[in-house]
Design a protein around this ligand. Sequence first.
Ligand code: ADP
Ligand code: ZN
Ligand code: ZN
Length: 681
Amino acid sequence: MPQTVRVVVPTPAHSSLSEPLTYSSELPLAAGCLVRVPLGRREVCGVVWDAAPAGAQGAIPAKLKAIGAPLVELPPLSANWRQLVTFAANYYQRSLGEVALAALPPQLRELDAGQLARRLRRAQPDAVAPAVNAGPALTPEQGQALAAIEAEPGPFLLFGATGSGKTEVYLHAVQTLLEREPRAQALVLVPEINLTPQLQARFVERFGATAVVPLHSGMTNPQRLRSWLAAHAGQARIVLGTRMAIFASLPRLRLIVVDEEHDPSYKQQEGARYSARDLAVYRGRLEGAKVVLGSATPSLESWQACDRGRYRRLEMPSRIGAGALPRVRLVDMNHQPKHTLFSAPLLAAIRERIARGEQSLVFLNRRGYAPVLACGSCEWRSDCPHCSAYRVFHKIDRTLRCHHCGFTERVPRACPACGNVDIAPLGRGTERLEEQLAELLADARRPDGQLARIARMDADSTRHKGALEEQLAQVHSGEVDVLVGTQMVTKGHDFRSITLVAAVNPDSALFSSDFRAPERLFSLLMQAAGRAGRDAAQAAASEMWVQTWHPGHPLFAALKRHDFPAFAEQQLKERQQAAMPPFAYQAVLRAEARTQEVAQQFLQAAATASAALNAGGHVVVYSPVPMTVQRVANVERAQLLLESGSRPALQGFLAAWQPELQAQRPRGLIRWAVDVDPLVI
Ligand code: ADP
Ligand code: ZN
Ligand code: ZN
């Protein structure tokens, strides 16, 4: 007896097909089954969402297409998983089909039933975590945090200093869970897995290699499928992944950990622009799983959620052992000779470290040699011909590279405009920092008499596969004395012999037009400071140096005291006065077009259409403006900001706005997208 089933298929982002499509099926199919269905002239993979409404069950319209092969070997995706996808699609204003299919591993969509059955058999049997290597005894602070996680519902914000043993708390929370319920599952999210191979090693060491599966975009499709199936079949105990892993199918999910919850990489910047951290909280509530968000510098959103009693704050202010946080030293650049890059006291402090056989870490958030190359006798600058940005000078391979579109050329021998041979770099990036530091420290010697070694770590130096691991190994083994890098070097690493960390030029963020810039800077500096003095024996002498033109800035005052709560309180007060997030909710509509006029015309029409939907005036619709980097790869970009004091009002507005947006089709418009809770506006 044929049935009708509603199937979610991969649909474009803003499609009127965003509802499930109805097909007929010879067999009854459970919701959550994977099926192959005809769509236009193609056959695609889809997910059975539900049976068609009861009324439709009697007569099946003849024109209804029949589903193809169901993948019956695969256990259906759970109702909770489907609800998570539904919520994410609605909240982030994308089609159900796009979100659902993007959440599945690409290879799953291509396998036939036989191939799938073979892979599933390989995923069995259940890997039960070995009764183990129990890890160190918890400190009283860790013990209290763990006890609260056990006893209370959460969600929890584990506010623990860098090196306070947060990871150990996650490990124990998982361990306690698996002792109580051996077949339970935990999801552990990290910002960038490649930067923290140690974390994976710690989980594997504690729970065994088969119990822990990774899930991130750096994996090949077969690897991803293997991990995904192990999680979906209930075999894997712990999924350790990046933001995409929030959509992993975990039938017995009981615990979600979001490590470094403040990290911007939890926000997806393309397609469905979801926040994996926010979805973690939603998913925890949906599935009855505990949620632990951890950070030494929480996002102000999470911090305020604690103030309002929505999250429970757990504090671990002390470093493990005798480890102390480094002393913060500000260098007032107003009192330094003109054009000083490294102030004399900072240089002396680095030399001292080298002489003692300790390591230093120097960071600057700009890669390349110099951000611009300029002609000394005319107006020529190294503009990118395709973007409204300069191309960056990379001295190592003598190229000018656009960091927005990738356009790369050899550095010209002479000025392309006037022929002058005297073209010079302006400003500095990590390459130049490395070069200058090498000159300044050319005669510095380590205790073994060898000359000091300077190394650089950034997106350029780690581009090739394995390079990052190799460089990290060199730092850990003590081959490197001074490590220069971008913020990549400040994240998460457990470097044991670094006793000095220096930010050479962090000021620009103090006066940025981006209201989140101070929050990001404070967190970057605190995280960087957290790399120093992790070894208790050296902790007393560890220092964080900051060169600044504004030593009196309140941000630095709070940094000196390692006082995140004071910083957060001051920032939240400012945000409240200005009615900014987290006291208001934002969304942006972004448009890309052949010309700026068309992009803005689309946004203006959208703004006009919004007037009728916004009768209560609960949503403020601003005027269209060009984006900060207005043109990228010859595409003009503009955006429209929306703000509301009420999340439901904004959500209701956005939902009603969708059809209006889809109806606007000016010639020359390339694409548009809504970004809900944008991180950068
Ligand atoms: P965080 O995640 O807060 O930066 P970690 O969990 O990585 O801190 O802990 C920092 C260091 O202290 C690690 O080397 C870890 O092995 C060690 N450590 C953590 N907890 C304990 C403990 N209870 N006893 C001994 N060492 C610990
Ligand atoms: Zn010139
Ligand atoms: Zn470019």
